[in-house]
Write a protein that binds this ligand. Structure first.
Ligand code: ACO
Length: 440
C-alpha cells in the first residue's frame, strides 16, 4: 500500500496551508480541518456529510467497499454462534467482552429494572389505540427523565451503568406495552425468569388464558435481528444521539432523539416500506418487473426499498446473514410466506439490472429483516420499534464515548448562507405594505 503522507497541502489563491492527516486503525485516512477556518476564513461544504468524519470512534468499523462490519474489532459473522444480544450490548458499551460474572451482574440489573413505574404504565391508557408505536417509544424514553431525575447528570460509572441498564431493559417493556395498547389487550408484566428476547415475546404475545411459547428458532432469530442492528457507526440515528448528547443532554433524551431519527423511511422505516412493496405486488397492484421499472424511473420518488446503502457499495454483510436466517426459520414453519418468494424474485431482477449494479445498489439489512420479523408474528408497525431495541446499545456506547472524551465540544456545524443580502426593514415593509399600514 502507498505510504500515507503526514500532511495535506491546501492551496487557496496564493495561500498554502498544511493540514494534518489522521489515520485510523484500519488505514482509513482523514484530513484534519479543525483549524481551517481560523487560518483561512474558509469552511468546507459537505451537505450530506458523506465525506466528513465527525469524530474518532473505537466502537464499530465498517469497510463499505469490502462489505466488512466489526463490533469492537470482531467481524459481525462471528456473532452468529454467540447470539446473546445482552453480551453484545455490554461489549459495545464497555469495549470488551464481559466476564461471566460481569454478564451475570448486568443481566440481574436488567431484570431489576424491567418494570415501568406504575404512573408510566397508567400513562399508556391515555394514548390513542392507533398511535404510532415509534411516537410512543420516543415519548416514553424521554419520559424516563422524570422518573429517574437522579440519573440526568451522569458523573460516575455507577450512575451511567444504572441509566444504561434501565434503558436497555425498559425499552423492551415499553415496546411490548405499545403493541398491547394497539391491540386493545391487557399489559403483560415482564417475567423475571425469562431471558431478554423470550421476555419481550412473552410481554407481546402471552394471553391471560395462554402463555406464549416460542420455539428456540424464533428466539435465536430475534436475538440475531437485535444484535445485527446493535451498532452501525455514524448512521443517521446514532449521529443524532451524538448531536443531542453533545449539548450535554441526558442519556434518556439523547436516545429518545435517536428513536425519532430512526423512524424515517430512508433509515429504520425502510423494512416497513419493503413489506408494503412486497404486499402490493402480492395483491396484484404491480408485477415485480413493474416495481423494478418504477424504482428506476426518474419521474417517480419510489425506490426499491431495502436496496442501496450510503456506506456499503458492494454488499451489506448483515443482509446475507438475515437472508440465511430467513431460510432457516421458514424451514421450521408449517406455513411459508408468499412475500419471501416475491423478495427473492425482486432481488434476482435487480442484481441482473445495470441500473442497480452500476450504482452499487445491493440488498441492505432491511430487505429481509421485515420478513424475518413477520415470521415471528411481529406486525409491520412494530418493525422500527424492534430495530430501536437493537440499536439502543450502539446509541448508548456512542453517547458514553463522546461523554468521556475530554476534547468533545458541542456539535455545531456552519453553513454557506444563500439568502437575501442585508436589507433595511423599511424596504422590507415596502414589499409588504399591508403590514406597514396595520402596524402588525
Ligand atoms: N432504488 C432505486 N434507486 C436508488 C435506490 C433504490 N433503493 N437507492 C439509491 N438509488 C439511486 C438514486 O436515485 C441515485 O440515482 P442517480 O445517481 O441516478 O441520481 C443513486 O442511486 C444514488 O443514490 P443516493 O440517494 O445518492 O444514495 P444515498 O447514499 O444518498 O442513499 C439510501 C442511501 C438512503 C439507503 C438509498 O439507497 C435508499 O433510499 N434506499 C432505499 C431505502 C432503504 O432501503 N433504506 C435503508 C438503509 S439501511 C438502514 O438504514 C438500516
Amino acid at each position: 500500500m502507498a505510504r500515507i503522507p503526514e500532511k495535506a497541502i491546501l492551496t487557496i489563491g496564493d495561500q498554502q496551508i498544511e493540514l494534518p492527516i489522521v489515520v485510523g486503525t484500519e488505514g482509513e485516512k482523514a484530513i484534519d480541518i479543525t483549524k481551517l477556518r481560523d487560518r483561512t476564513g474558509y469552511i468546507t461544504l459537505d451537505p450530506s456529510l458523506s465525506n466528513t468524519g465527525v469524530c474518532q470512534s473505537g466502537i464499530t468499523f465498517i469497510d463499505g467497499e469490502k462489505g466488512i462490519l466489526r463490533y469492537r474489532g470482531i467481524p459481525i459473522e462471528q456473532f452468529i454462534n454467540y447470539p446473546s444480544f445482552v453480551r453484545v450490548a455490554w461489549l459495545l458499551i464497555f469495549g470488551r467482552m464481559p466476564t461471566t460474572e460481569e454478564l451475570g451482574q448486568f443481566s440481574e440489573l436488567l431484570t431489576r429494572h424491567e418494570l415501568l413505574h406504575e404512573s408510566a404504565r397508567h400513562q399508556f391508557q391515555q394514548i390513542p389505540v392507533d398511535a404510532p408505536p415509534m411516537a410512543i417509544l420516543s415519548a416514553s424514553l424521554s419520559n424516563l427523565s422524570y422518573y429517574h431525575p437522579e440519573l440526568l447528570a451522569i458523573e460516575d460509572t455507577e450512575s451511567f451503568v444504572e441509566a444504561a441498564a434501565r434503558l436497555i431493559s425498559k425499552v423492551r417493556t415499553i415496546a411490548a406495552f405499545a403493541y398491547r395498547r394497539s391491540q386493545g389487550l391487557p399489559f403483560n408484566y415482564p417475567n423475571p425468569k425469562l431471558r431478554y428476547c423470550e421476555n419481550l415475546l412473552h410481554m407481546m404475545f402471552s394471553l391471560p388464558h395462554q402463555q406464549y411459547v416460542c420455539t428456540p428458532e424464533i428466539v435465536d432469530a430475534l436475538n440475531l435481528v437485535l444484535l445485527l442492528h446493535a451498532d452501525h457507526e455514524q448512521n443517521c440515528s446514532t449521529f443524532t444521539v451524538r448531536v443531542v448528547g453533545s449539548s450535554q443532554a441526558n442519556l434518556f433524551a439523547s436516545c429518545a432523539a435517536g428513536v425519532c431519527a430512526l423512524w424515517g423511511r430512508l433509515h429504520g422505516g425502510a423494512n416497513v416500506k419493503v413489506i408494503e412493496m412486497l404486499e402490493k405486488i402480492h395483491k396484484g397492484g404491480m408485477t415485480p418487473e413493474q416495481c423494478i421499472a418504477e424504482a428506476k424511473s426518474k419521474d417517480s420518488t419510489f425506490r426499491l426499498y431495502g436496496f442501496g446503502h450510503r456506506v456499503y457499495k458492494n454488499f451489506d454483510p448483515r443482509s446475507r446473514i438475515i437472508r440465511d436466517a430467513c431460510d432457516r426459520v421458514f424451514a421450521t414453519l408449517t406455513h411459508g410466506d408468499p412475500l419471501l418468494d416475491i423478495a427473492r424474485k425482486l432481488e434476482e431482477l435487480a442484481l441482473k439490472d445495470h441500473y442497480f449494479t452500476d450504482r452499487h445498489l445491493y440488498p441492505n439489512v432491511d430487505f429481509y429483516s421485515g420478513l424475518l420479523l413477520r415470521s415471528m408474528g411481529i406486525p409491520t408497525d412494530m418493525f422500527t420499534v424492534i430495530f430501536s431495541i437493537g440499536r439502543l446499545p450502539g446509541w448508548i456506547a456512542h453517547w458514553r464515548e463522546q461523554h468521556n472524551d475530554p476534547t468533545s465540544r458541542i456539535l455545531r456545524p456552519r453553513q454557506v448562507y444563500t439568502g437575501s443580502a442585508e436589507i433595511h426593514i423599511e424596504s422590507a415593509l415596502v414589499q409588504a405594505p399591508e403590514l406597514k399600514n396595520t402596524g402588525k
